[in-house]
Ligand binder design. Structure first.
Ligand code: IMP
Ligand code: MG
Length: 180
């Protein structure tokens, strides 16, 4: 019989980790929290491509107040491992001075990507910078970054789907899977 928690795709089998209903529930809760915390402040959501594209789309559709969105494209991972440095593929092209900036990230792992982005933003005199991430791996955090908003804390597993990839694949899946 077919296991509903397994997904066969392109010759690989993935195991369901978090289904799309649960993701939706948590993302909506976060949107409500952000709505309360940034009421009337026209926050600037800064989506970190590529991984956060799906999360940002759902989060912002559930955020019912004025806001703006911009994008940066950063990369620190190759396959399932961090390279230890962050490449900027598309940089910041908006003025963040006096703005309430909410970074929208897919997953905070070692924290290196967020450390560098927050440092870079702070030099441009924003009113505030906060991080909103879908996932966080607390066991792997190595850098001193404050992550105010996180939907899920997960153990040290490599996950894919809902924007997260392994070598470019699986970003299109509507749920989260592990690869083992
Ligand atoms: P950090 O700089 O070590 O915190 O790594 C953060 C980035 O690594 C995220 O934005 C992801 O793009 C990627 N990453 C970390 N863990 C995973 C994972 O389990 N699956 C997919 N990408 C991951
Ligand atoms: Mg990312």
């Amino acid at each position: 019989m077919k296991d509903p928690d397994k997904l066969s795709i392109g010759g690989k089998t993935l195991s369901l980790f978090i289904d799309s209903e649960e993701i939706k529930r948590r993302v909506n809760l976060l949107a409500q929290r952000l709505e309360n915390d940034f009421k009337g402040r026209n926050p600037l959501f800064l989506c970190v491509l590529n991984g956060a594209f799906m999360f940002a789309g759902d989060l912002l559709r559930a955020f019912h107040d004025n806001c703006e969105i911009s994008f940066v494209k950063l990369s620190s991972y190759e396959g399932e491992n961090t390279t230890g440095y962050v490449k900027t593929l598309i940089g910041l092209n908006v003025d963040v001075k006096d703005r309430y900036v909410i970074i929208v990230e897919d997953i905070v792992d070692t924290g290196l990507t967020m450390l560098q982005l927050v440092d870079q933003l702070r030099k441009k005199a924003p009113a505030d910078v906060k991080i909103a991430t879908l996932f966080m791996k607390p066991e792997k955090l190595q850098h001193d970054v404050e992550v105010e908003y996180h939907c899920f804390d997960i153990p040290n597993r490599f996950i894919v789907g809902y924007g997260l990839d392994c070598d470019g694949l699986y970003r299109n899946l509507p749920a989260i899977y592990t690869m083992d």
